[in-house]
Design a protein around this ligand. Structure first.
Ligand code: OOG
Ligand code: MG
Length: 261
């Protein structure tokens, strides 16, 4: 018999999986009727709980903005979630494998917002105007779900698999570069693991950020000055283990790397 869980139980369940570093069955296994709207409400409650426990919201992340990622995960829709201060790591500090269940690295372009941005008909040009810098980034995703498999509803409730991210130290004005044309190579332990281009992210990463701003706008939210936005992986994600290192090199943006201990 399927016993449906309440919101609070589902959040406790996901938080326990993360804290205890173990994978769990998808929420939709027990609550198959969950809608995408309810999934975003669960996500919000999960983030609010982390904030109540001392974390701070520092930005927004997009997911499944590239065909490579959509095909990899079998979901044809972009998603968004939140970035918290305890997810940000510095490049020279190794990431700790013991924090993860089954982590994967994704090469991304990060935006640093120079102004607040909110609305429901925001364009890529508006995003670029409100952006102070762009920088190379690697997101480490770590779905709480068994075998890294989920439906759209499940992944949204799980804050889009967010775990950690690293931003490179070179910050470039968005005026000086065409984001769609940026080529990217990510290598693991010195060997090419995946390649991509800025255009893979909904045609242009700024377009992807505009999509997220418009979605947030529907809920009366937006981006704030100083927010970091991860615009979504340019290629498929690459699994790694303790001892591995990853380096993502972007034309015109420089590189970002991490070592996993
Ligand atoms: C969902 C998160 C995807 C991206 O950049 O596409 C994501 C997942 O694949 O687990 O962060
Ligand atoms: Mg990502």
């Amino acid at each position: 018999m399927i016993t449906k869980r309440t919101d609070r139980e589902m959040i406790d369940y996901l938080l326990a999986a993360e804290q205890e570093v173990r994978e769990v069955h998808k929420l939709t296994d027990q609550n198959p009727e969950l809608t995408i709207k309810e999934a975003y409400e669960l996500q919000k409650k999960l983030i609010d709980r982390k904030i109540a426990d001392g974390a701070r919201r520092i930005g927004v992340k997009l997911g499944l903005t590239s065909k490579a990622k959509q095909q990899m995960m079998g979901i044809n829709e972009a998603i968004y979630g939140y970035l918290l201060d305890n997810m940000l790591s510095v490049e020279w500090e190794p990431v700790d494998y013991r924090r993860f269940i089954h982590p994967k690295a994704e090469p991304e372009i990060a935006f640093l917002m120079g102004e607040d941005l909110q609305g429901q008909d925001v364009t890529a040009a508006d995003v670029l105007r409100a952006t102070k810098y762009v920088a190379p980034a690697i997101e480490i995703i770590d779905s709480r779900y068994k075998d890294f498999k989920f439906t759209l509803v499940d992944v949204v409730a799980d804050n889009c698999s967010s775990a950690q991210f690293i931003v490179g130290s070179k910050w470039v004005s968005p005026d000086s570069i065409d984001l769609a044309e940026i080529g990217m190579v990510m290598s693991k332990n010195g060997e090419v693991a995946t390649v991509g281009a800025g255009a893979a992210v909904l045609g242009n990463p700024a377009q992807a950020v505009a999509w997220a701003v418009n979605k947030l706008g529907e809920r009366g939210e937006g981006l704030k000055k100083g927010d970091i936005v991860l615009s979504g992986a340019l290629s498929e994600a690459v699994a790694f283990e303790a001892g591995d290192s990853c380096l993502a090199q972007f034309d015109g943006l420089g590189s970002v790397s991490f070592l996993c201990k």
